[in-house]
Design a protein around this ligand. Structure first.
Ligand code: ATP
Length: 566
């Protein structure tokens, strides 16, 4: 028995050595292919070719290599006015196809899935344009490796029939000059086609043996794991599906910001580095800060409230949030982006609830309208049903007690005995989402009046609520859900310092502890109006709106307990 760990260690180091050997072999093969490819390209150039100034490997490129009349274009803005004109396009070679020694095709991609077909054809002898395109030039272009960055000069023409495989289908480019600015290696770690297939395995640990390929395909192109994607970050990001997700994320932020600004909210930036783990010590990252300890912010909560105390009536922030939770789930990351707001309450905390509901519905309706193409592209990779949103005036808002009752009465058998004074588990939330969808025809709904046991110390207890047998009371606090999953927590905050100190003690926290003491003191410095707000996980709303299999796909660089790179 005592030898077992040693045996394990020996097996592990053998495996590691094998892995390293296989990796070295793979690298050597790559280098050999790269050398072969380069010599092919230079061989094409060495031939005495009258068209030799029209193509080649050029780093850096000078404008003098192009015709004076050629106009720089973007595929997005290519239109009828360009037909017959000479243009310059800087793009990536997606693939090339040789038709004959005299003719070849290439697909050029500019950004996202903006692609166009390019044709390169040897100019017939005797025409005034003789030697514009030579055979070596055709050969050179077909030898360019996929994902190389090129600048082409070409005539814009109409193809005989629309090019279905390209986003720009009604024009094609007839190449007259082609320069490789940045060549890609002969073997990509991840091809574009594979990068654009759904990721099915989000395990952060390398479970593959070296040389073993990723999951085998249904449709010919291998699907890759998240690990392979992140090891090949450039190709991961080049995948049109990833760019579409990123574009939707940008719009979500924009819609959040513009809706709130139009309603008098002021943007501010909360700090990420903080001096005390004030909201509960467990899930906070600690770090050395000169000769003291510092922490990464778990939420901008206190700072939003300081802004209100500081004389702002409505504020919002878009900022990173850090959670040191060892949660290896498709819903969690250790760093995510919080969309947060806080506002004065004039009469009732429902003003906050309605503002948050308003901004989220504005975001969801807005992206449906602004990002129809991106949503369709994402769906072509990650199929999903359209998100069901409530009709105006038919928003679903249940109290926690009503939601639990619905679950008891209409949910699965195992939830017959759920209680009104205990927080909901994730399986309960999922089951409730299905009941709400079937009953109210919506994937977006609010659950209000959570029990105080399920809320942080700053949540305002509903003054009208009756305590349960165990003394549990309802709060003026709520969660919002999208496709069965929590996307927002919010509610009214305590603005009276004595009440706050009392709640903090009741939660078993010392009101004199670092961070907490200063927090309470802020409410003693000045009169702070009643206020409330909420925090939305940007990554989650993007992921769940698109029904992605993991929130990690919605982040630019997902951070999880096992992943800090790239
Ligand atoms: P959960 O119970 O799902 O772990 P939470 O109750 O800790 O979430 P809050 O502290 O209320 O979440 O944070 C507000 C919002 O931030 C959540 O509704 C969610 O959208 C997002 N969020 C929270 N934790 C994470 C995380 N680890 N990764 C990504 N988003 C998160």
């Amino acid at each position: 028995m005592a030898d077992a760990p040693q045996e394990d260690a020996a097996t592990t180091s053998k495996k590691a050595a094998k892995k390293a050997e296989a990796k070295a072999k793979k690298e050597a093969l790559k280098a050999q292919r790269a050398a072969e490819q380069l010599s092919k390209q230079t061989a094409a150039l060495e031939i005495d070719d009258p068209a030799k100034d029209r193509y080649g490997l050029v780093k850096p490129i000078s404008p003098a290599v192009f015709s004076a009349e050629a106009e720089e274009v973007n595929l997005r803005s290519l239109g009828e006015e360009h037909e017959g004109k000479t243009v310059i396009l800087r793009a990536w070679i997606q693939n090339t196809r040789t038709q004959s020694a005299k003719m070849a095709f290439a697909e050029l991609r500019e950004e996202g899935n903006w692609t166009i077909q390019a044709v390169v054809m040897v100019t017939p002898e005797g025409t005034p344009e003789a030697q514009v395109v030579s055979r070596p030039m055709v050969k050179f272009i077909t030898a360019i490796t996929p994902e190389s960055f090129v600048a082409v000069e070409a005539k814009v023409k109409r193809p005989l029939e629309p090019v279905k495989s390209c986003r720009v289908s009604t024009f094609e480019l007839h190449i007259t000059r082609c320069f490789t600015i940045a060549p890609a290696p002969p073997m990509l770690g991840l091809t574009l086609a594979a990068a654009n297939r759904p990721i099915t395995d989000f395990n952060d640990e390398d479970v593959k043996a070296p040389g073993e390929s990723d999951k085998e395909p249904e449709a010919g192109v291998p699907a890759a794991t998240m690990l392979t994607h992140l090891d090949n970050i450039a190709m991961h990001k080049r995948a049109p599906v990833q760019q579409a997700i990123a574009d939707i994320r940008i719009e979500v932020k924009d819609l959040f910001r513009s809706y709130l600004k139009a309603r008098g909210f002021k943007e501010f930036e909360p700090p990420c580095l903080i001096g005390a783990a004030s909201e509960g010590g467990g899930n906070v990252f600690r770090l050395q800060y000169f000769n003291q300890e510092a922490f990464l912010a778990q939420s901008p909560q206190f700072y939003k409230q300081f802004e209100i105390a500081g004389g702002r009536k409505r504020v919002f922030s878009i900022a990173p949030v850090f959670r040191a939770e060892n949660s290896n789930t498709p819903r969690h990351m250790t760093e995510f982006t919080g969309l947060d707001l806080e506002m004065e309450i004039k009469n009732d905390y429902s003003e906050v609830l309605l503002m948050l509901e308003g901004v989220l519905l504005h975001i969801f309706r807005g992206i449906k309208e602004r990002c129809a193409h991106e949503i369709e592209l994402v769906r072509s990779v990650y199929p999903s049903e359209e998100v069901l949103l409530p009709e105006p005036g038919k928003e679903v808002r249940l109290t926690f007690a009503e939601a639990q009752q619905l679950l008891r009465e209409e949910g699965p058998e195992e939830f017959r005995n759920v209680r009104d004074d205990e927080d909901m588990s994730t399986p309960q939330e999922k089951a409730l989402g299905a009941v709400v969808r079937a009953k109210y025809n919506t994937d977006f709904y609010v659950i209000d009046k959570f029990p105080d046991t399920a809320r942080p110390f700053y949540a305002k207890v509903d003054p009208t609520s009756k305590p349960s047998a165990d003394g549990v009371r309802a709060t003026n606090a709520f969660d919002f859900f999208l496709r069965n999953q929590e996307i927002l927590s919010g509610g009214q905050r305590i603005n009276d310092p004595d009440e706050l100190a009392e709640r903090i003690s009741a939660k078993g926290i010392n009101p004199a502890s670092p961070g907490i003491k200063e927090y309470i003191a802020t409410f003693r410095q000045v009169g702070v109006p009643p206020h409330g707000g909420g925090g939305i996980g940007l990554d989650r709303i993007v992921a769940w709106f698109l029904a992605l299999p993991s929130v990690h796909l919605a982040a630019y660089y997902p951070r999880t307990p096992k992943r800090l790179m790239p």
